[in-house]
Design a protein around this ligand. Structure first.
Ligand code: HEC
Ligand code: HEC
Length: 360
């Protein structure tokens, strides 16, 4: 008993203070984090919904002048953001107020949007289509009318939502988009580490993990996504200078106590999703870490520490699921009648791409 306790104690110290860059932190001590896996390929009805959601995600006709799709601001080939843009611009090129967060791993979060005003991916998906500075559609009816007027869409909805008298309804639109988005998971070397492969991280990254833990970053950035589990005050340690431009959660709840509370963003792929912060004003990942140090933790980080944390954040960069995100060909939308359970996502994507070669 005593021996075990001592080991545990010295073990704890090792987690927090041992500066040796090569000392591993045993994955089982990293209980505040959870690994993710690539989701199993959808089959049957859910595969049809995923296909439909993918098509809707890429469809510019869901915007008022056919110029913008979800992919415009959440480019799936670019880690789900509009790279380099501080804030998004919508159908009329007018800037919105906030930086576009990534759609990769978004489904891991407890709520959606920087201020959490949508509870689920499906609830979120209705927002941009009717948002005047995003896709600018006049009404849900206008979206549904477009889909109704496109015969192969109708067929695809009927197949994905059989039994309904009229399956082309907004609830199914957002449901299908959410099903597609739920598959946008990007496992990374970090997950291999958590699952026991301590060689998956370089020494510099391991040092970064150590500094990350020591600095208290994990008190807000933990769980599956290293974020997305809570609202936290921007300026938790020291007042954030800009207290009026974006009120954060207070704009939703109207409770002054929520001023500058934001949903803690995910850190998966964060090295790829700049510029950073809700307003995209932070141009480098080093600066983002420095601001966290100053305003969220109050710990002093050396240049070396910042470099190591950034290296560690790099280990959270996952693989883009290239097959899964293949846009359906505009000429030959993926309509399938027979889907055998167990058809792999790769096979499905090939079917999408080469409908003529499928031979069905
Ligand atoms: C004009 C650019 C633009 C378009 C088009 C757009 N989005 Fe977004 N999206 C944003 C911005 C900006 C935010 C953050 C807004 C906020 O938090 O207030 C956002 C937030 C999100 C989120 C929440 C992510 C998170 O971490 O909180 C998801 C999911 C999402 N969008 C999916 C979609 C889908 C699905 C579509 C198409 C139906 C779409 N977006 C169209 C810019 C856009
Ligand atoms: C008290 C909670 C808290 C702590 C501690 C904290 N963060 Fe954050 N972090 C946040 C919040 C909230 C945001 C969103 C800020 C915004 O956009 O306005 C954020 C944003 C970030 C971003 C930018 C993400 C993006 O997509 O724009 C990075 C990178 C980051 N944190 C890393 C860290 C690191 C590294 C540490 C430790 C030094 C840390 N954080 C400590 C709450 C915290």
């Amino acid at each position: 008993m005593v021996a075990a306790a001592v080991t545990l104690l010295s073990g704890c110290q090792r987690v927090s203070f041992d500066p040796r860059p090569t000392a591993d932190i045993a994955p089982e001590r990293l209980f505040m984090f959870t690994a993710v896996q690539a989701p199993a390929p959808a089959t049957g009805l859910s595969a049809m919904r995923v296909d439909l959601g993918r098509r809707l995600f890429y469809d510019t006709h869901l915007s008022v002048n056919n110029s913008v799709s979800c992919d415009t601001c959440h480019k799936l080939t670019a880690y789900g953001v509009d790279p380099g843009k501080s804030v998004s611009t919508g159908h009329d090129k007018k800037p919105g107020g906030r930086n576009s967060p990534t759609v990769y791993n978004a489904g891991l979060q407890f709520v959606q949007f920087w201020d959490g005003r949508a509870a689920t991916l499906a609830e979120q998906a209705a927002g941009p289509m009717m948002n005047p500075v995003e896709m600018g559609m006049p009404s849900p009816e206008a979206v549904v009318a477009y889909l109704h007027s496109t015969p192969d869409y109708k067929k695809q909805f009927q197949q994905a939502y059989p039994g309904a008298r009229d399956p082309v309804v907004m609830d199914n639109v957002t449901d299908a988009i959410a099903d597609f988005e739920s598959g946008l998971i990007t496992p990374a070397r970090w997950d291999q580490y958590l699952q026991g492969d301590t060689n998956a991280l370089s020494n510099e990254e391991k040092r970064g993990l150590r500094v990350f833990l020591r600095s208290g970053c994990a008190s807000c950035h933990a769980g599956k996504g290293l974020g997305g589990n809570s609202y936290q005050k921007l300026g938790a340690y020291r007042d954030w200078p800009d207290r009026t431009t974006d009120l954060g959660r207070m704009a939703v709840t109207h409770n002054p106590a929520d001023l500058l509370y934001f949903k803690v963003p995910l850190l998966r792929n964060v090295t790829e999703t700049g510029p950073w912060f809700h307003d995209g004003r932070v141009k480098t990942i080093d600066e983002a870490v420095r601001l966290m140090e100053r305003y969220q933790t109050g710990r002093r980080l050396s240049e070396n520490d910042v470099r190591s944390i950034v290296a560690f954040l790099g280990s959270l960069k996952g693989e883009i699921p290239q097959q899964y995100i293949q846009p359906p060909s505009a000429k030959a939308p993926p309509i399938r009648t027979a889907l055998t359970p167990g058809t792999s996502r790769q096979q499905l994507a090939l079917v999408d791409l080469n409908p003529s070669k499928e031979g069905q």
